[in-house]
Design a binder for this molecule. Structure first.
Ligand SMILES: NC(=O)c1ccc[n+]([C@@H]2O[C@H](COP(=O)([O-])OP(=O)(O)OC[C@H]3O[C@@H](n4cnc5c(N)ncnc54)[C@H](OP(=O)(O)O)[C@@H]3O)[C@@H](O)[C@H]2O)c1
Length: 336
């Protein structure tokens, strides 16, 4: 019996911590596939994993989720290597050129919203997005669309009668309905593409469950909490590493007021690990599973209702299908 697990963005942060935790569980017949855009970093991650777990089966796959052609060829390769996928962790993500709104921060500090602001980053983070060579908004393409396409391409490996597969998204508590616009799903017009893309993944997960549960495919979303990774360090790039280290006692202290400050990738991967042990039929498609760490450092997972509805999720799904068809047509025209 084998258990095939594919993790996107597996070479660092929460994705790598998840791989370490999966391997430390000594799952029977575990075959881990690290899907990464940068093969040098992927190789380094594989070596580190094999140093700790020398007999583990760890494969690499080149995948750039921001590129339609890369996703299609990666999926083709997966179909050659495996007959089925048990778990597909959609974890790769970016938050490029983040701007920290100091004014909004100080305003929030003295408002009743202070805990929410610390817990979710609501209102204090904006980003400057780019456009990919295929004409897509980069954050939308990386965090959402590439993953959507990957699921669609891997459908034959994920949908089996009498067997279940799980798709698990690393979303965020920064996913806000107010940042998302159904008429602008790529977020061309706003300055919160990250929040928009994460809200869209929450919606998409619901739509996937509506469509695919009968075929054995189940989708869930998690929030890892606030974790110190290259993604978070980039929010305040002017902060030298030493300053972050000096700030750590304060961050640990904040944990007594909001247990969303998981801080380490190991803690952040808690909900991803928790879902690995669950029977997917028992999961609620309308909740997000949060990794939480108590003031005393204990990890646990908590389900919290999401601010999503079926109608919007269906409308988003239809738009993604349309975009997929347009892009595939463009790709085919290019190849002729
Ligand atoms: N850290 C937090 O507090 C936090 C909170 C909420 C949600 N999240 C989510 O957690 C996930 C993991 O982030 P992290 O915090 O662990 O940050 P990280 O260490 O920067 O990890 C991000 C991973 O995504 C990969 N990636 C980025 N763009 C990619 C692309 N186009 N194709 C394939 N892989 C790509 C990165 O690969 P490279 O090494 O090549 O860049 C890296 O492996 C993200 O989805 C993020 O949005 C994080």
């Amino acid at each position: 019996m084998t258990t095939v697990v594919l993790v996107t963005g597996a070479n660092s942060g929460i994705g790598l911590a998840l791989c370490e935790r999966l391997l430390s569980q000594d799952v029977d017949g575990l075959q881990l596939c690290l899907a990464c855009r940068n093969m040098r970093r992927a190789q380094a991650a594989r070596c580190a994993l094999l140093t700790s777990f020398p007999t583990a089966q760890v494969a690499l796959l080149q995948l750039d989720t921001s590129s339609v052609s890369s996703v299609i060829s990666a999926a083709r390769e997966v179909k050659v290597r495996y007959n089925r996928l048990d778990y597909l962790y959609l974890n790769a993500g970016i938050m490029p050129n983040p701007q920290f709104d100091v004014k909004a921060f100080f305003k929030g500090l003295f408002s009743s919203n202070v805990i929410t602001m610390f817990a979710t980053g609501e209102g204090i983070l904006t980003q400057k997005d780019d456009v990919t060579s295929e004409g897509l908004r980069e954050v939308f393409a990386t965090n959402l669309f590439g993953h959507f396409l990957l699921i669609r391409e891997l459908e034959p490996l994920l949908c089996h009668e009498a067997l279940t597969s799980q798709v698990i998204w690393t979303s965020s508590s920064n996913a806000h309905r107010s940042a998302f616009n159904l008429e602008d799903i790529q977020h061309f017009r706003g300055n919160q593409p990250y929040s928009s893309s994460k809200y869209a993944s929450d919606l998409l997960s619901l739509a996937l469950n509506t469509r695919y549960n009968k075929q054995g495919l189940y989708s869930s979303v998690i929030c890892p909490g606030f974790v110190m990774t290259s993604l978070t360090y980039s929010v305040l790039p002017a902060f030298p590493a030493l300053l972050w280290t000096l700030l750590m006692p304060l961050l640990w202290f904040i944990r007594f007021f909001t247990n969303t400050f998981t801080l380490t990738p190991y803690n952040g991967a808690e909900a991803l690990m928790w879902l690995f042990g669950q029977s997917p039929e028992s999961l609620d498609p309308k909740v997000k599973y949060h990794s939480l760490t108590s003031g005393l450092g204990n990890n646990y997972t908590q389900a919290r209702k999401m601010d999503i509805d079926l109608e919007t999720s269906e409308a988003l799904y239809a738009k993604l299908l349309q975009l997929e068809s347009d892009l595939k047509m463009k790709l085919e025209e290019k190849q002729i």
